[in-house]
Ligand binder design. Structure first.
Ligand code: UDP
Length: 139
């Protein structure tokens, strides 16, 4: 996995509220190329595996219920310095702490329902891209 790729999900709250188009526009206008993308829904097992690092945290059951309650848009994005630049574009986990103009500031409701995911390291980006997409789905 090249270090200039990251993985994102537009989470169920963003999809429910009809923000797919606006968020994708912001992502592509910020210089990210879409390498792979699909509308899909995570199973309970998918969410428990994807967020396994948080499985001891008190919010874990709520996180799994949230992430499985409806469809998400999963995508792989490409840009120089993709992981770090995308984390800057989405803003802090808690939208109350997110900078003006960031996706979470604009579209997230709370620290739990925060509209969008972005990989936090190159290693995790590679794992997360492979979790959701085969090589044949990546362009
Ligand atoms: N989360 C939550 N409560 C918290 C912290 C996180 O519900 O107190 C959820 C939230 O949806 C977040 C996800 O768990 O995006 C993963 O948390 P992490 O700390 O990895 O934040 P991220 O990398 O998504 O900014």
């Amino acid at each position: 996995m090249a270090t200039n790729r990251t993985f994102t999900m537009l989470k169920p709250d963003a999809v429910e509220k009809g923000h797919i188009g606006a968020i994708l526009e912001k992502i592509t206008a910020s210089g990210f190329r879409i390498v792979a993308m699909k509308l899909t829904q995570m199973t309970k097992a998918d969410a428990e595996t994807f967020y396994a690092i948080h499985n001891e945290r008190p919010f874990f059951p709520e996180l799994v219920a949230y992430m499985t309650r409806g469809p998400i848009v999963a995508a792989i994005l490409e840009k120089d310095n993709a992981v770090e630049d995308f984390r800057t574009l989405i803003g802090a986990t808690n939208p109350a702490d997110a900078a003006e103009g960031t996706i979470r500031k604009m579209y997230a409701a709370s620290i739990s329902e925060n509209a969008v995911h972005g990989s936090d390291s190159n290693d995790n980006a590679a794992i997360e891209c492979a979790f959701h997409f085969s090589g044949r789905e990546q362009f």
